[in-house]
Design a protein around this ligand. Structure first.
Ligand SMILES: NC(=O)c1ccc[n+]([C@@H]2O[C@H](COP(=O)([O-])OP(=O)(O)OC[C@H]3O[C@@H](n4cnc5c(N)ncnc54)[C@H](O)[C@@H]3O)[C@@H](O)[C@H]2O)c1
Length: 363
């Protein structure tokens, strides 16, 4: 069977994790790359052995000239929808980075385009492929947690906006909610069995901004960061999300917050057990009438490279073998509905009730 011919749109920071995984995969061939920055493009071409004839500054040109089977969309957020729509229309399957889009409306249009084209649209919720999450999901799916009725989804950074486009609402769509919150909301929802959101209450704050006065670097600095970046997004978001199975999730996400140290943590609470991932997995339960804590031996969190290797392998197996996709466009849409509603609630100061989502077949 022929190798799957891959194109990548956006060759900045995260693309290197996609490209490493494609390069190492026996069934993939990196056929073409595209970026607005010709310097970056030339560098990536050299790094991944793509000849100058297959490097493009315009994705329409790349999609028209190259016979691509699949495309990774690794641009800033505002370009996810247009690049995905064009790639699907050209006949390619798409792996689109998170967040799926700038809004649920865009996300629905992307899903509709994938259905029309008969192509796969997978969303880059890469953390679902981390071994500790897979192990936790395995326990949950066996019924060991009973009914999961509450979770805490926390992704807090102390120092400030990563810079570049991350702080610019027009290109990012928002701040830590759409950038970091999307990861932990998705994980808690995925582990709980993908319930549908019914209402959210949220608040966002712009109090600390980029914190240029602080001399140490932020935990994460955008590849495109400069000394003159705009920062017009929220720096902190807190929210409560209620699902149709009665479960409630609390979210906290920040680029800048006066806290002791950065935190990325998930906690789940069920009728038979609870769990914390920070990032090591601990399970809290009862055994023989005693409260019992369980840790895994050995602990198994993956490196970013390993997680992306598993994500890309899954994408290729979905395309080549037709296995069911773990990270569906449907999940991407549900996440965008939640994010839209949190921003709306933050603006109005009121709870937002979400109407039930039409299934793709009804749309
Ligand atoms: N899954 C994860 O854990 C993870 C981590 C970091 C970033 N991301 C996501 O990956 C995406 C990219 O983030 P990044 O950190 O790599 O940003 P980046 O700024 O390093 O790279 C983005 C690149 O996209 C290019 N680009 C933008 N619009 C384009 C267009 N129309 N055509 C061609 N190139 C275009 C830019 O020139 C830039 O080089 C974002 O959506 C971000 O949310 C995901």
């Amino acid at each position: 069977m022929q190798k799957t011919r891959i194109g990548v749109i956006g060759t900045g920071g995260i693309s290197s994790l996609h490209l490493n995984a494609y390069k190492a995969h026996p069934q993939a061939e990196i056929a073409a790359l595209c970026d607005l920055s010709t310097d970056l493009l030339a560098r990536r071409g050299r790094e991944y052995g793509v000849a100058p004839a297959h490097l493009y500054a315009d994705y329409h040109e790349m999609l028209a000239r190259e016979d691509l089977d699949a495309v990774s969309v690794c641009t800033w957020n505002s370009q996810h929808a247009p690049c995905t729509l064009a790639a699907l229309a050209s006949g390619a399957h798409v792996l689109c980075e998170k967040p799926m889009a700038m809004s649920a409306e865009q996300a629905r249009a992307m899903q509709a385009a994938a259905l029309t084209a008969g192509k796969l649209l997978m969303i880059g919720f890469v953390r679902r492929f981390s071994s500790d999450y897979e192990i936790l999901k395995d326990f949950i799916d066996r019924g060991d947690f009973g009914e999961l009725y509450h979770a805490k989804a926390v992704y807090l950074r102390r120092k400030g906006c990563p810079g570049g486009w991350f702080g610019e609402k027009a290109r990012a769509g928002g701040g830590p909610l759409i950038d970091l919150g999307v990861h932990v909301i998705d994980l808690t929802r995925y582990l709980m069995g993908n319930p549908k959101p019914v209402s959210v209450y949220g608040a966002t704050f712009r109090k600390l901004g980029a914190r240029e006065n602080i001399k140490s670097k932020p935990a994460y600095v955008a590849a495109s960061a400069t000394a003159h970046d705009i920062c017009d997004v929220e720096d902190f978001c807190t929210a409560m999300i209620r699902y149709d199975n009665g479960a409630v999730v609390n979210l906290d996400a920040s680029f800048a917050l006066n806290l002791k140290k950065n935190v990325s943590r998930i906690e789940l609470f069920g009728t038979q057990a609870g769990a914390k991932l920070e990032p090591e997995l601990e399970i809290y339960s009862e055994w023989n009438g005693h409260m019992t804590d369980v840790t895994l031996t050995p602990q198994l969190p993956l490196s970013m490279d390993e997680m992306f290797a598993k994500e890309i392998d899954h994408f290729l197996r979905c395309i080549r073998e037709g296995i069911p996709c773990r990270n569906t466009a449907e999940d991407g849409i549900e996440l965008m509905r939640i994010l839209d509603a949190i921003y709306q609630s933050a603006e109005t100061g009121h709870e937002v009730i979400l109407a039930s989502s039409p299934s793709a077949a009804d749309a």
